[in-house]
Design a protein around this ligand. Structure first.
Ligand SMILES: *[C@@H]1O[C@H](CO)[C@@H](O)[C@H](O)[C@H]1NC(C)=O
Ligand SMILES: *[C@@H]1O[C@H](CO)[C@@H](O)[C@H](O)[C@H]1NC(C)=O
Ligand SMILES: *[C@@H]1O[C@H](CO)[C@@H](O)[C@H](O)[C@H]1NC(C)=O
Ligand SMILES: *[C@@H]1O[C@H](CO)[C@@H](O)[C@H](O)[C@H]1NC(C)=O
Ligand SMILES: *[C@@H]1O[C@H](CO)[C@@H](O)[C@H](O)[C@H]1NC(C)=O
Length: 349
């Protein structure tokens, strides 16, 4: 989409070299070839020097907009909760530099517009399921929600739904371990089909059943490798993606990591959990996540939905059992994701 100086230089060199050579092939005399060569060289040189005065001919990414986008994305997780009579409410912090970002809580119509014709996959443990529920709450009406409630909460199972009116396909894939997430990613590769939005997250099950930090780290690295190999998109190839998108041959894929919640040890409902799922263990597991460089802020391709910060801010009263929290937390994280999608797809509502 954007013409870099390097590509321009290479193109100019090719023109100067090959156009006269081509003409020589057309049996022009050597003098004429030299003449054309010289004329071309001078024309190109003049053009190159004129470019700065006519920037509109050579579109550049508006740097302030891109900068603002990135900085807005970094403010997305800055959310606060307030308790009131009917529970909790949430909103973005306004004290921060996010005032220009125009974050908004989207209504059902806005979400339908944004996700129209999309395929959204959420893969992970029960946190991911609650995230999916919050997303469905935004997409479906209360009566429809009622109807699917039992299927959606079937323990340890997948859930699939197509919202016909807006051609939205939603999949929840039960994936308690990172190895399961890797399986999901390689599955896309095998099938040759990729969702538009992929939200993944896992860690608590591993902590409880393996309690092996380095093994968690290893599995995160394997996930990262499979992402790099399988998916048509990674941050590294953004430029290629831009051109592919311009050519209409590839869709952008948006990747999110659903972070682990803040654990409240005293509220955990079994002795085993209280022993294994400590604050220190949580910190160590999160360190592995950062070390894996899966997250965008560490150079990876997944944008963090910072459930740890959100749950910590919502606090003890907001938690049900020390690891699952009230709907308001998952609702907020869904809106964080939707606003990231809005920013990244350059849409305004
Ligand atoms: C926004 O959140 C980030 C990360 O949690 C934090 O470092 C920063 O201080 C927050 N900024 C404001 C203004 O609250
Ligand atoms: C969804 O998109 C299709 C085609 O882009 C359009 O015809 C339809 O009206 C849209 N539906 C909604 C609910 O926005
Ligand atoms: C997830 O991975 C675990 C351990 O690798 C495996 O035992 C389990 O069958 C997998 N579950 C699913 C749903 O793929
Ligand atoms: C791949 O395709 C099969 C068969 O259509 C389907 O059952 C499976 O869920 C797909 N996997 C993924 C990750 O899309
Ligand atoms: C932890 O995981 C690592 C890497 O998978 C493995 O080499 C090690 O033996 C495991 N440690 C324990 C105590 O199971």
């Amino acid at each position: 989409m954007f013409f870099g100086a390097v590509q321009l230089g290479i193109m100019a060199a090719c023109v100067v070299l090959f156009v006269p050579m081509g003409m020589a092939g057309w049996h022009l005399s050597r003098n004429k070839v030299l003449f054309f060569s010289g004329a071309l060289f001078i024309t190109l040189a003049v053009c190159i020097h004129l470019i700065p005065y006519f920037p509109s001919f050579f579109p550049q990414p508006p740097p302030t907009v891109l900068f603002q986008q990135e900085s807005c994305i970094s403010f997305l997780n800055n959310v606060s909760f307030r308790s009131n009579l009917d529970g909790f409410s949430w909103n973005w912090d306004t004290s921060s530099g996010s005032l220009d970002c125009d974050f908004q809580k989207l209504g059902r119509g806005d979400v339908s517009d944004l996700l129209n014709g999309s395929w959204v996959v959420v893969a992970g443990d029960s946190q991911a399921r609650l995230f999916m529920v919050a997303l469905l709450d935004l997409v479906l009406g209360a009566d429809e929600m009622e109807k699917i409630h039992d299927d959606l909460f079937k323990r340890h199972s997948d859930y699939h739904l197509v919202v016909e009116e807006i051609g939205l396909k939603l999949d929840f894939l039960w994936s308690p371990y990172v190895t399961n997430l890797t399986g999901v990613v390689t599955g896309f590769k095998r099938n040759g089909t990729y969702p538009d939005v992929l939200v993944m997250g896992s860690g608590l099950w591993h902590m409880l059943h393996f309690k092996n930090v380095s093994d968690y780290g290893v599995s995160l690295h394997l996930l990262k490798d499979s992402l790099l190999q399988s998916l048509p998109v990674s941050r590294k190839f953004d430029m290629e993606l831009e051109s592919a998108r311009a050519a209409g041959s590839a869709r952008a894929m948006h990747l999110f990591w659903l972070g682990m919640p803040t654990l409240i040890n005293g509220l955990l409902n079994t002795e085993e959990k209280r022993v294994k799922m400590t604050r220190e263990m949580c910190r160590a597991y999160n360190q592995e996540l950062y070390k894996s460089k899966l997250l965008r802020r560490d150079g990876g391709s997944l944008l963090l939905l910072d459930v740890e910060t959100l749950t910590r801010k919502c606090g003890v009263d907001c938690s049900l059992d020390g690891m699952h929290y009230g709907d308001v937390v998952y609702e907020a994280s869904v809106h964080v994701m939707l606003n990231a999608l809005l920013i990244e797809s350059h849409q305004k509502l």
